[in-house]
Write a protein that binds this ligand. Structure first.
Ligand SMILES: Cc1cc2nc3c(=O)[nH]c(=O)nc-3n(C[C@H](O)[C@H](O)[C@H](O)COP(=O)(O)OP(=O)(O)OC[C@H]3O[C@@H](n4cnc5c(N)ncnc54)[C@H](O)[C@@H]3O)c2cc1C
Length: 417
């Protein structure tokens, strides 16, 4: 059997090995993971932080899962080098030869290089260890937390820590929260909900540095306001693809490891997938495209044809009580038409952007039940003139109207219900 070595047991390689192990074994697989465990659903760390799940519940592929499928696990062992000429990977405890290599090293939290960012008490939000540190801190010594970054990760960290009793301040450098995933109106509703929980939000914040005493963080300096007291600072200001190994091995690197549509790197025997790759100038920070990559790569490794394609993605926030959804391109630009519904009293907002008779983008706040319906309309590029009048009110309303004019449709609906 050929030897396949996989570096990283994260969500990307977990899905890849799901696919590969469903087929007749064609490889002897060795799986390295720097973390001392198998694969878990990283997305659900926010539910662990919020106290809604425990770590066992989010393990998708523990060591036993891999071992029963004949995969050699080298967990808690970092790969420290790759020799592409000798087709060898060097783990901390020794080398392994490969016929094919997969790099799935993911990303690390981007720690903003500012004064004091090295202090004890400044952490990222990426893995189990970060999450446990936050849980332990919030339950013990930590009363004041500053979260730098008001995107999805920062807000999930803030909500979880606040629920555990910490006083939390979120610093966000642009004028409204989640500015990449929401428009200003939806972000306004979100901010009101977050503040109603007792979390302080400062938008347009220019963070200048982190102050400390005796090596430990004490406060965060923000331009124009007094220092904000902090026992813990969580940096949620972006991610940095883990490319050092690939770079040292001489692979082509841009913002991340460059791959083709077959997920092949500049070395024909080395593939890469997940947050550590760059494809057509883009990097990836959501699991939907990464799971597509896993399917494509398994096909390729099995000798079949498949190519990775970029598709639309959607966003949700995993904070109970903050229901929002966005997908596609929802900026008002030339050639677009915008349908909007706002109910400030009930914190409901819907914005649907149309372009060339198709749904181009959507933002929902409050009631997000139609999110996937709109997302399907975007992805399928459905012509909408016939449903335009009812479109904004979502699928259920659309079905009701159809039912009132088309008895056949009423029967269909009855059959479904
Ligand atoms: C708190 C949180 C919430 C998130 N929420 C969402 C969400 O709601 N929706 C969504 O789509 N995405 C979400 N994401 C992003 C999603 O989790 C990532 O896109 C996905 O996990 C990336 O998978 P990956 O396998 O590329 O990297 P990872 O899952 O990070 O796995 C990489 C693995 O490689 C290991 N590794 C790195 N270097 C080495 C080395 N040299 N040797 C051995 N092992 C190594 C690492 O230890 C790690 O275990 C969230 C992420 C976080 C942190």
């Amino acid at each position: 059997m050929k030897k396949l070595v996989v570096i990283g047991a994260g969500m990307a390689s977990g899905r890849l090995l799901d696919h590969l192990t469903q087929e007749q074994a064609s490889f002897e697989v060795t799986l390295f993971n720097a973390e001392p465990r198998g694969t878990y659903n990283r997305i659900m760390l926010s539910s662990v932080l919020a106290g809604e799940k425990n770590l066992d519940e989010i393990m998708t592929h523990p060591a036993s899962w891999y071992e029963t499928r004949g995969i050699i696990c080298r967990f808690g062992e970092k790969v420290i080098g790759i020799d592409p000429k000798g087709k060898t990977v060097f783990g901390e405890k020794g080398p392994v030869r490969y016929d094919k290599l997969v790099i799935a090293t993911g990303s690390s939290s981007f720690i903003i290089p500012m004064e004091g960012s090295w202090l004890d008490g400044v952490i990222g939000y990426r893995d189990v260890e970060d999450t446990l540190r936050m849980i332990e801190s919030a339950g013990n010594s930590v009363r004041d937390v500053v979260v730098i970054g008001g995107g999805v990760l920062g807000l999930e960290a803030a909500a979880g820590l606040q629920a555990r009793g910490a006083h939390v301040t979120v610093l966000h450098n642009t004028s409204y929260l989640m500015n990449r995933q929401l428009d200003e109106v939806a972000a306004g509703f979100l901010r009101a909900e977050i503040e109603a929980r007792g979390i302080r939000v400062i938008c347009g914040a220019k963070t200048q540095g982190i102050l400390g005493d005796d090596g430990k963080v004490t406060a965060v300096e923000v331009e124009g306001i007094p220092p904000i007291k902090a026992d813990l600072v969580v940096m949620a200001a972006g991610i940095k693809p883990n490319v050092d190994l690939a770079k040292a091995a001489g692979l082509d690197i841009g913002r991340a490891i460059k791959v083709s549509a077959s997920l092949q790197t500049s070395d024909p025997d080395i593939y890469a997938l997940g947050e550590c790759i760059e494809f057509q100038g883009l990097t990836f920070g959501l699991v939907a495209p990464i799971f597509d990559q896993a399917k494509v790569l398994s096909e390729r490794l099995l000798g079949r044809h498949a190519n990775f394609e970029i598709k639309e993605t959607s966003t949700k926030l995993k904070v109970t009580g903050c229901d929002l959804f966005s997908a596609g391109d929802f900026d008002d630009e030339k050639g677009t038409e915008t349908l909007v519904y706002t109910d400030p009293l009930n914190a409901q907002y819907r914005k649907v952007v149309l372009k060339e008779n198709r749904v181009h983008g959507v933002v929902l706040y409050g009631d997000t039940r139609d999110g996937n319906w709109f997302f399907d309309l975007i992805r399928s590029k459905t012509d909408i003139p016939s449903i335009r009048e009812t479109l904004l009110f979502g699928r259920a309303y659309h079905d009701l109207v159809l039912a009132s004019v088309d008895p056949h449709h009423t029967e269909q609906l009855r059959a479904i219900s």
